[in-house]
Design a protein around this ligand. Structure first.
Ligand SMILES: [Zn+2]
Length: 62
């Protein structure tokens, strides 16, 4: 990772493409794992078309 700053451009008009099946991702499915009370939940994001995992995240809902 470099320390160079980068610019984030918000583009709600563009539709991401799934790297696995090539379909447009207009929505992303997610599953949560973990209690969510004390620790943050582990969130799994996956493509609604091919069900392949797109990424992981942390959700800290209380
Ligand atoms: Zn896909």
């Amino acid at each position: 990772m470099s320390d160079k700053p980068f610019t984030t451009v918000k583009r709600d008009d563009l539709v991401p493409i799934c790297p696995h099946c090539g379909n447009e991702i207009t929505e992303v499915y997610m599953r949560t794992k973990g209690s969510g009370f004390v620790e943050g939940k582990n969130v799994l994001y996956f493509c609604p078309h091919c069900m392949k995992v797109l990424g992981f995240g942390q959700s800290r809902m209380i």
